[in-house]
Design a protein around this ligand. Structure first.
Ligand code: UT7
Length: 331
């Protein structure tokens, strides 16, 4: 019986840094408000012409390099994004082309902030049943081209950044190594608490000049509602991962949480009794990069030596949908 383990990680953010002070020049906000309410200091934005698959390409190159693999070693690609380069086709096929992989399957997963963990479930199970040996799993987002930079959009716009993270999962027969479990959840009744309504395929036409003029194509979020659910569900799903595998909070080596708001992660840590040093946060540098946050954070935590061989690592996320998920692994 195979299970999967991560043998390579990599991330990439575009070079343009946008600080909170830069945003102060565009809308009525302040560095103080953003830092106090979210923990974010800066984020990275793409230049015109750079898409999610371009960021994913850079992250995947680094993940392949860290795994000591070549593009032709990859058997399957899973691409998580809410901001695909085009309405169609998906970004997975672009990445397959850009990295020069064989003509392997490439799927897009659209589960927003939880997209990377949903993708990990797909990849892990494809390996467990023996269908593939090496799977490239990527989370990549370009938010900056779809945000409202007027004061009306400030509550959402200041939160998000562009970036990509990638991991290579490979089949292993080692007993105490690799992905132990994935747990996924959704509660679709809250679909419109965090969403982008337009363009919509159920509307004729899908978008109008009037909708565009009113900013209906920008994301909307009921921030406080999302915040409360995020804390509750993150705690639940981390506990679910621990209980399923017979562990307790004391066994945790590192939690790699989604990066939506530093205060969410601090509240989750406090409620669960997880010490600060076991809750990895890097939102101050990148903002919320949605499907990319967990693979970026995992890569950085490894580069900083914060995850050691044999550590129990719990990844957990909550986001639009609502969706939430966790994965437990032994590093
Ligand atoms: O990744 C997907 C999941 N996403 C999340 O989990 C995000 C969850 N939500 C949040 O992180 C927080 O709710 C926000 C950061 C979005 C907002 O923080 P908050 O502490 O909930 O603030 P609030 O929405 O209650 O707004 C407080 C005040 C309001 O002004 P009044 O009505 O008190 O006068 C807002 O208009 O802050 C104002 N405000 C801002 N002020 C300066 C909202 N955004 C900004 C801003 N700059 N960017």
């Amino acid at each position: 019986m195979y299970r999967s383990k991560i043998v390579g990680t990599g991330f990439y953010v575009p070079p343009r840094v946008v600080t909170n002070h830069d945003l102060e020049k565009l809308m009525d906000t302040s560095d103080e408000w953003i830092q106090q309410r979210t923990g974010i200091k800066e984020r990275h934005y793409v230049e015109d012409g750079v898409g999610a698959a371009d960021l994913a390409y850079e992250a995947s190159k680094r993940a392949l390099q860290s795994a000591g693999m070549k593009p032709e070693d990859i058997d399957f690609i899973v691409f998580a994004t809410l901001s695909p380069d085009y309405a169609l086709p998906g970004s997975g096929v672009l990445l397959q082309h850009y990295i020069g992989a064989r003509n392997v399957g490439a799927i897009d997963i659209r589960d927003q902030c939880t997209g990377f963990l949903y993708s990990l479930m797909v990849a892990d199970n494809a390996i467990r049943v023996g269908q593939y040996k090496n799977v490239l799993v990527v989370g990549a987002e370009v938010h900056s081209t779809g945000l409202d930079f007027s004061t009306g959009g400030r509550d959402v716009t200041v939160l998000f950044g562009d970036g990509a993270g990638a991991v290579i999962l490979t089949a292993t027969e080692e007993k105490n190594k690799g992905i132990l479990s994935t747990h996924l959840h959704a509660e679709g009744k809250y679909f419109d608490k965090l969403w982008t309504e337009w363009p919509s395929s159920k509307r004729i036409p899908r978008i109008t000049h009037k909708i565009l003029d009113n900013g209906g194509h920008y994301p909307y979020m009921d921030g406080q509602f999302v915040f409360k659910h995020a804390v509750k569900r993150m705690v639940e799903v981390i506990n679910e991962a621990l209980e399923f595998n017979g562990y307790t909070v004391e066994d945790i080596g590192m939690v790699i949480p989604h990066q939506a708001n530093l205060r969410i992660n601090q509240m989750v840590a406090r409620k669960m009794g997880i010490p600060d040093e076991k809750m990895y946060n890097n939102i101050h540098k990148y903002g919320n990069t949605t499907a990319a946050t967990i693979p970026i954070a995992l890569t950085e935590a490894l580069q900083e030596g914060k995850i050691k061989d044999g550590d129990l690592v719990i990844m957990a996320s909550f986001g639009a949908g609502f969706t939430w998920a966790s994965a437990a692994m032994i590093w």
